[in-house]
Design a protein around this ligand. Structure first.
Ligand SMILES: Cc1cc2nc3c(=O)[nH]c(=O)nc-3n(C[C@H](O)[C@H](O)[C@H](O)COP(=O)(O)OP(=O)(O)OC[C@H]3O[C@@H](n4cnc5c(N)ncnc54)[C@H](O)[C@@H]3O)c2cc1C
Length: 383
């Protein structure tokens, strides 16, 4: 029998605590794509969390997505990042795919047999992912795309890629199309993976499409609607999802550091624990406050998105910036509290510290988000 969203979240908690948490350090050390974790998420129905009910998925919304991703990230952040990109891709297919495209892809996603991801970033526009420099061409045989994408999560591992490109004969840098490109497409090639500082298992790599043949039916939305889809569909899922992953990493770091300071005892002080030192308590309080305020903001943003609040865009921009900064602050203090054990790579804190760096670099970066937020606050046009 198909599981409800609530049942799936319970299964997710169990998988996160056992399978994902148990694999995180090995995935990191070996820089290994967490295939087994992804397969298990697929088998249990969690890869189909965001697939609409009529296609056999769970039909979950952004709030449940955030809850699932936060727990996954507490266990294995690389697995959570792969799943986040998959959820973003799934959301675009579900909202903008043609009936034929949805019929051919979404049931497989719901059954855990199809992994998708986003391939937006290009070296030519870096963090300004909404301005790709590649341009799809139309000739007598149909559509052709040559594009070099960079930093693609699950590159070579995913079955399909939501690829952004300028529309044929684009009128400006944000005149875009999105296409769903299967891995089997002729001209698709993955280049050498990055050796990222953190999230070492997410198979982040550049990939290229060389004169790849596309059909109009692969386009997600009408011609020229790509930018609007990015802003209205991808951005809310991505921003909330990255915030949730950041919170998950920070929560795990807080827990690991708390356990360490309670367990670390000094013989010279009659067995007193690090936790008895006021400065240690002060750092723990700062970490707890970071976590609580970032979580409250995430919950409020999710609530506003669900309510269709017109002010939501400000929070969609702000929520990732806030959570990314909280993750950096918490992970850095956790390293301080972990002392030599953390520096010596014992107990996973050092991995969490590296994993926590990713969110502020991922586009839109924290600085770019603050530029947008500042513009929005001051009534200056965003673009
Ligand atoms: C772990 C990870 C996973 C990723 N997964 C994916 C994926 O699945 N799909 C995908 O498409 N991409 C993905 N990316 C790519 C990511 O979203 C960014 O595009 C990429 O990290 C940008 O890198 P860059 O060095 O080219 O940025 P640059 O554009 O060169 O920016 C470098 C720095 O300059 C700053 N900067 C740039 N413009 C401004 C400005 N106007 N104001 C202030 N500061 C500015 C930025 O904040 C940044 O700090 C991933 C990245 C990471 C780290």
């Amino acid at each position: 029998m198909k599981k409800s969203v609530q049942d799936l979240l319970v299964v997710n908690d169990k998988l996160a605590k056992e399978l994902l948490a148990g694999s995180a350090d090995e995935v990191d050390r070996a820089r290994r794509f967490p295939r087994q974790n992804i397969q298990e998420l697929g088998r249990s129905g969690l890869l189909g969390l965001m697939v609409p009910l009529e296609y056999g998925g769970a039909g979950a919304g952004i709030a449940e997505m955030a809850q699932a991703l936060e727990r996954m990230a507490q266990g294995c952040p690389s697995t959570a990042m792969v799943t986040l990109m998959h959820y973003c891709g799934t959301a675009v297919i579900a909202v903008k795919g043609s009936v034929m495209l949805k019929d051919s892809v979404l049931p497989a996603v719901a059954h855990g047999e199809h992994l998708t991801t986003l391939a937006f970033s290009e070296a030519g526009s870096g963090g300004h992912f909404y301005m790709p420099v590649s341009e799809v061409r139309r000739n007598g045989h149909g559509l052709r795309l040559t594009a070099r994408k960079t930093f693609v999560t699950s590159a070579g591992e995913a079955d399909s890629y939501v690829v952004s490109t300028r529309r044929a004969g684009a009128s400006g840098p944000t005149d875009l199309d999105l296409y769903l490109v299967p891995k089997a497409t002729k001209g698709f090639e993955v280049e050498k993976p990055f050796e990222g500082l953190g999230l070492a298992g997410n198979a982040s790599a550049p990939m290229k499409l060389e004169n790849a043949g596309l059909e109009d039916g692969q386009r997600l939305g009408s011609e020229g609607s790509g930018f609007q889809t990015m802003m209205e569909v991808v951005l809310p899922h991505f921003q909330v999802g990255v915030a949730a992953v950041s919170l998950g990493i920070a929560t795990a770091a807080f827990q690991a550091a708390s356990e360490h300071v309670k367990a670390r005892k000094y013989e010279h002080a009659g067995g007193a624990a690090l936790a008895a030192i006021p400065r240690v308590q002060f750092l723990a309080a700062e970490m707890a406050l970071e976590l609580r305020s970032a979580r409250a903001y995430l919950n409020e943003t999710v609530r506003r998105i669900a309510a269709g609040d017109p002010e939501t865009m400000l929070d969609v921009l702000g929520v990732k910036a806030r959570a990314a900064e909280a993750a950096l602050a918490v992970a850095s203090r956790a390293m301080t509290l972990g002392g030599g054990a953390a520096f010596g790579r014992r107990g996973g804190l050092e991995r969490m510290f590296r994993d926590a760096q990713a969110a502020s670099v991922m586009a839109p970066t924290t600085d770019v988000l603050k530029e947008f937020l500042g513009k929005a606050c001051l009534g200056v046009p965003l673009f």
